[in-house]
Write a protein that binds this ligand. Structure first.
Ligand SMILES: Cc1ncc(COP(=O)(O)O)c(C=O)c1O
Length: 399
């Protein structure tokens, strides 16, 4: 997920446009900013790249989830369904708006299993958040069809998949809205940052106002200080320098994806020689952002043996069964309901637990994680490093 690999002169030039004006704030400073509105331009260009009408930039991918949910009216008493293989941010944001996360299994797409989604929908379900993990699509068309049947909106957590498509349509643009992250390790980066895209103008207006303390952004003689407020908000505003970096990174996104695809192909060709290996289900190879390469061994034992050989040869893969940030049973603070709040919110209300999670609740996902090995695919893969990885995979083929 490496926008940082291509950081260069283009980003510096965009940043200098901002520094030349000295205006770091996305609003106001009319004369002084000389018509430089980098965050606004980034919103327009990013949403149009995704084929969506509106974009709302915010401070992070986690903030994007929170702002989108707040704008949709999600809150206490609501259940939000997401998958048990995701980054903790997805469910942190759900708790943060006061709702309760409900987790589904993933299937061999490594994303939400639509069959399990159907089982988890209740009268309290007010939102479904599929996550396009590791750069490639969830079964988003099936998920949207299910959501429409139940009249529940879909928010796509696309933090890990900017630039990815399904049948020519950008991920993030299938649901009511889609959120993105531009943190330090993402496919394009603004250091920290996030974006929400949507077709729904009213929803976008809610996001725009909520993320800026409720400012209604209506033109009025009093300027910003004279703006009205329709509801309470918060501050999740992106800075102009971040918007500037985002513009330069966005212009490189298609090139990043093309390099990922080439490098992933080279790794996949050699990994195919490992006996018993199978690959993650990719619903649209052409649309894969290819920021990750994921493969399965037939058993947990085989995956461990293969990864030991890969590690010994300086090419160890990520084993999500061991990684503690992305999979349900490893979230000990969630399972134990640990919170700084003395009232035990969000896990308890009035001293009573409102939600308890069972670490064994997702056996299908756990079985997949045990057999799964993943490489992060670099944009810049030197011939030497590729040769080293190829040699390691060839050695692993004899496990
Ligand atoms: C699936 C997913 N959602 C949300 C986020 C949160 O993004 P950020 O780090 O910008 O808050 C991440 C970040 O890793 C992520 O992977």
């Amino acid at each position: 997920m490496p926008g940082f690999e291509v950081f260069g002169e283009e980003e510096k030039k965009e940043i200098m446009d901002v520094l030349d004006t000295g205006v770091l704030f996305r609003y106001e400073f009319g004369e002084q900013r000389k018509d430089v509105y980098k965050v606004r331009e980034f919103e327009e260009k990013f949403s149009s790249y995704c084929g969506s009408a509106f974009g709302q930039a915010v401070t992070s991918g986690t903030a994007a989830l929170k702002v989108a949910m707040a704008a949709m009216g999600i809150g206490p008493g609501d259940e939000v369904i997401t998958q048990g293989f995701t980054f903790v941010a997805t469910w942190e944001a759900i708790f943060d708006v006061g709702a309760v996360p409900v987790f589904t299994e993933v299937d061999e797409t490594l994303n939400m299993d639509p069959a399990d989604l159907e089982k988890k929908i209740t009268d309290k379900t007010k939102l479904i958040i599929p996550v396009h993990m590791l750069g490639a699509p969830a079964r988003i068309e099936e998920i949207v069809a299910i959501s429409e049947k139940h009249n529940i909106p879909v928010l796509e957590d696309t933090a890990q998949a900017p630039g990815a498509k399904l049948n020519g349509k950008a991920l993030g643009s299938f649901g009511t809205c889609g959120t993105f992250s531009f943190d330090a390790v993402k496919t394009i980066t603004t250091g920290e940052g996030g974006m929400i895209i949507t077709e729904d103008e009213q929803l976008w207006r809610n996001m725009s106002e909520y993320h800026d303390h409720g400012h209604d952004h209506a033109v009025n003689p009093g300027g910003r200080g004279g703006e009205g407020r329709s509801f309470i908000g918060f501050n999740y505003r992106m800075m102009e320098i971040q918007g500037a970096i985002g513009l330069a990174q966005l212009a490189k996104l298609d090139g990043i994806v093309a390099s990922h695809q080439k490098n992933k192909r080279a790794l996949k060709d050699v990994a195919a020689k490992i006996p018993g290996v199978t690959f993650r289900t990719i619903l649209d190879e052409d649309g894969d952002s290819a920021s990750f390469f994921a493969f399965f061994l037939p058993t947990k034992d085989a995956a461990e043996k293969v990864n030991t050989i890969l590690r010994d040869n300086n090419a160890g893969a990520i084993a999500f069964g061991e990684n503690t940030w992305h999979f349900y049973p490893a979230w000990e603070h969630l399972l134990a309901g640990k919170t700084l709040a003395k009232s035990e919110w969000p896990f308890a209300v009035d001293g009573k637990r409102r939600v308890v999670y069972d670490p064994k609740a997702l056996p299908q996902s756990a079985a997949l994680m045990d057999r799964l090995l993943v490489y992060q695919v670099p944009v810049n893969l030197s011939a030497e490093r590729l040769a080293e990885m190829v040699a390691a995979l060839e050695e692993a083929a004899g496990y």
